[in-house]
Design a protein around this ligand. Structure first.
Ligand SMILES: O=C(O)CCC(=O)C(=O)O
Ligand SMILES: [Fe+2]
Length: 324
């Protein structure tokens, strides 16, 4: 591996920073905003189109206070098991964290084709997406190389069709704190950006076999409030008629931990909405744990794809193709 590629940043071993005094934090944030970026330290990897800044120290410190409230267990419907935090992320940093992720991450607008019998249909994913992580069978070493988790040796080239990328510091912090808060383990961060009420995700369940039995998925909301709908899957049994559809108007900072039998029995969606708050944009982050390589291939195929990279344009206030 060339020297140039040996850029996987220090987030794996980020030095503990001393707790800054409040006025120091303030000064730093002001300077950063003037400079148009938030930290000199970046996360980088040969698969990243551009480096990603690390979280501003003020946000990083305040994140230590997650969860900002106790989760409410929602399991009063057949096969449903949710833990709903309103909010999970402290109010003081919710807006800045939203703007940070929207401004700094690279996104994709994935297109793919599906074949039903002889007919091929092109699907345009109706939202911006991006993904970071690697399934349980492998890990990144400090040089950003993919290592076989079982034998510690480099995974042979071509093992993955996709190009997996490590979780950057800004999402790694959320991952680690959430693992501590929930007792769950995650190796993937998927990000959705719903740029307007026209962006959506249709009814689905995250019940792929590569997630294992009864997966736990932590789902964070930032930005505009959007309705999160759930309904029981159609079943021959009685549960569907016993259960009623649910609607949670997810607010910025909220987190829903979906667990137990939820994915195998319930569908969820973020439906399109006409104008209103939705046009301010919403970011959703999900933390998940993929057990096998197939999970890695699937997540990069459907959340990165082969298309162009988009980045938020602060003056135009929209996603525009990244010019390199
Ligand atoms: O945006 C959300 O809250 C849900 C996203 C989701 O269900 C998914 O990415 O699988
Ligand atoms: Fe989902």
């Amino acid at each position: 591996m060339s020297k140039r590629n040996r850029t996987l940043d220090s987030f794996f071993g980020a030095p503990a920073t001393k707790k800054p005094k409040p006025e120091e934090v303030k000064a730093t944030e002001d300077d950063e905003q003037k400079a148009g970026h938030v930290s000199n330290e970046v996360s980088n990897h040969s698969t990243y189109p551009f480096p990603l800044p690390q979280l501003p120290p003020g946000i990083r410190e305040t994140l230590n206070f997650i969860p900002a409230s106790d989760g409410q267990t929602i399991n009063d419907q057949p096969d449903l098991d949710l833990l709903y935090f309103q909010p999970y992320i402290p109010k003081e940093i919710v807006r800045e964290l939203y703007e940070f992720f929207r401004r700094e991450l690279f996104f994709y607008r994935v297109k793919y084709t599906i074949k039903r019998g002889p007919t091929e249909t092109q699907i345009n994913t109706p939202r911006y997406t991006t993904v970071f992580g690697l399934d349980e069978t492998a890990r990144f070493d400090e040089n950003g190389e993919i290592i076989d988790a079982a034998n510690g040796r480099p995974v042979p080239k071509g093992t993955y069709k996709c190009r997996p990328r490590p979780i950057p510091q800004c999402l790694q912090v959320l991952r680690e704190l959430t693992q501590n808060a929930t007792g769950c383990t995650f190796n993937f961060a998927l990000v959705n950006y719903y740029s307007s009420g026209n962006d959506s995700i249709s009814y689905h369940s995250d019940d792929e076999r590569f997630l294992g039995v009864d997966p736990a998925i932590a789902s964070f909301s930032l930005g505009a409030k959007r309705d999160f709908l759930l309904k029981h899957k159609p079943t021959a049994g009685k549960h569907e008629s016993e259960s009623k559809p649910l609607k949670f108007p997810l607010a910025p900072g909220d987190m829903v931990l979906m667990r137990g039998k939820t994915q195998s029995n319930w569908l969820h969606s973020i439906p399109k909405r006409k104008s209103g708050d939705a046009d301010k944009g919403r970011i959703n982050i999900t933390l998940r744990r993929a057990m096998v390589k197939e999970g890695t291939e699937n997540y990069y195929r459907y959340n990165v794809g082969e298309g162009e990279v988009y980045q938020w344009h602060p003056e135009k206030r929209e996603m525009i193709p990244w010019k390199g």
